[in-house]
Design a protein around this ligand. Structure first.
Ligand code: NAP
Length: 464
């Protein structure tokens, strides 16, 4: 059984003649959780210790299981997370799930503050007929599948078809389309999970069509992701030039075109003007198409999309539709946070004001906070979480400094160990990390991901 490394006490508050720090539990070791820890540990007015809880044996959240494998630069933020972890006042308590291994009440009783950084990992559904057919997937399942999240290793991803439809016009839709329709050798250089690489190597997909329900001027892609389409070696990006000309004409009438929209339209235009290079694979982006029905008897065979139009400043359903034959539909239309017993949720996020978690009657729950996607919904890039978490931590510190530290004698390492829970601490996570890095090195890849919890615990030295 694991015992967590003990930590020195740097203290300010005196409770029963024992000098103690304030203790803060952060639940969820994704970017928002780490940035909350950083904000807590980087200030010197209030002495704190941070326990970062994580459900999986591996931390880093979306940096590990969300960011596309062919975007290694985005993943380099993990170095910042590891630096934060080096602080002696920081502990990682991984492989411990809130609600299963420990309750929120217990955390609240033990810690001076609890910060929920639990993300938003349920995919929004389209709510259309045929959505449950084989071959209809949510990005919330498909993305962690190719990134080696242990819960998704066995996902059924039929790739024996030539055309995939991706619903949504955001960066996740773009990641999904690239993974489906880039040359396999592009992916073979990355840390994509082995099972996904093998499945994609055998894939017959030649074309991924991204369907946006509104126009180019409303697309949620960021410009870098669009420009990257021009750098793909074996994939033709296709956009209808007339659609972009029409969008440019519409936006010309706007009093001001926001910079991101202007840049996106320029990138769309460049792509639309480039002649097809006759490459083996294609990523097409089409606009004003809203999913209406997925058709198939026992698996996806086609999708019916309603044709929208821009009329009097509004997007309207023209009543017309097109049917596109396809064997795979991936919806990438946003995420919601999994409900937690006893907490109120509003539109898929924890009910809160500026990160203070609220009860149904609107009063703040003392000592309970949220950050990241669980707080503000699934928006923003990884860096967005830094100032967002720091704002919440400022409020947390103001709140806790008004009372003495609890100074509970209980230690979660003892409590969890007594429950038979196999905790993965920082040193053990680093053994998993080393094992993955060295597996990657021998294969000429950045990392060879371990994709089962058992395998991770073995690498951590927690299982024989
Ligand atoms: P997103 O940016 O909010 O895009 C969701 C898309 O789904 C929108 O185009 C939306 O269209 C569409 N949509 C929603 N409901 C729909 C429906 N019922 N039918 C058809 N389309 C529908 O969300 P995301 O792509 O999941 O990304 C989440 C966040 O992560 C974003 O902030 C994104 O930038 C970030 N991210 C960043 C990167 C990166 O930096 N490389 C990579 C991945 C994700 P409407 O606009 O019409 O609602």
């Amino acid at each position: 059984m694991t015992s967590l490394a003990s930590r020195p006490n740097h203290s300010l508050t005196v409770v029963s003649s024992v000098i103690v720090n304030y203790r803060v539990a952060i639940v969820g070791a994704g970017p928002a959780g780490y940035f909350a820890a950083q904000a807590l540990l980087n200030q010197s007015e209030t002495q704190v210790e941070v326990d970062l809880f994580e459900r999986l044996p591996t931390p880093w959240g979306l940096v590990r299981s969300g960011v596309a494998p062919d975007h290694p630069k985005i993943k380099s933020v993990a170095k910042v997370f590891e630096k934060i972890s080096d602080d002696p006042r920081f502990r990682l308590i991984a492989n411990v799930e809130l609600g299963r291994d420990v309750t929120l009440d217990e955390l609240q009783a033990h810690y001076d503050a609890v910060v929920l950084s639990i993300g938003a990992d349920l995919g929004r559904t389209l709510g259309i007929p045929g959505e449950s057919l084989r071959g209809s997937l949510s990005s919330a399942d498909f993305v962690p599948w190719y990134n080696g999240h242990p819960d998704y290793v066995d996902l059924d991803v039929p790739l024996d078809v030539e055309r995939a439809i991706v619903i949504g016009a955001g960066n996740v839709a773009m990641d999904v389309a690239r993974v489906l329709a880039v040359d396999i050798e592009e992916l073979a250089k990355t840390d994509i999970a082995d099972h996904a690489l093998e499945a994609l190597r055998a894939s017959k997909i030649k074309e991924a069509i991204i369907c946006a329900r509104r126009g180019p001027e409303h697309a949620a892609f960021t410009v870098g992701e669009l420009r990257d389409l021009l750098d793909l070696d074996a994939t033709d990006p296709i956009i209808d030039a007339d659609a972009i000309t029409a969008a440019l004409a519409r936006t010309a009438a706007w009093p001001e075109v926001p910079k991101d929209v202007r840049q996106n339209l320029e990138a769309f235009k460049t792509i639309s003007e480039r002649p097809s290079q006759g490459r083996a694979k294609r990523i097409e982006i089409r606009f004003f198409l809203a999913p209406r029905e997925i058709i198939g008897s026992d698996r996806v065979e086609a999708i019916v999309l309603g044709i929208n139009a821009f009329v009097d400043g509004e997007i309207k359903d023209t009543g017309e539709s097109i049917t596109i034959p396809c064997g795979l539909v991936v919806s990438a239309v946003g995420y919601t946070t999994k409900a937690l017993d006893g907490l109120e949720f509003v539109k898929g996020s924890i009910k809160n004001v500026e990160g203070r978690v609220l009860q149904a009657n609107g009063d703040a729950i003392a000592g309970l906070y949220c950050v990241g996607w669980a707080k503000r919904g699934p928006s923003g890039v990884i860096g967005t979480n830094k100032h967002d978490a720091s704002d919440v931590v400022e409020k947390l510190l103001t709140d806790i400094s008004s009372h003495e530290a609890k100074g509970s004698d209980d230690d979660f390492d003892v409590i969890l160990t007594e429950r038979g829970i196999v905790v993965v601490n920082l040193g053990q996570w680093r053994k998993i990390n080393e094992a993955e890095l060295s597996a990657g090195e021998s294969a000429g890849r950045p990392r060879g991901k371990i994709v089962t919890t058992d395998g991770m615990l073995r690498a951590a030295g927690n299982r024989g």
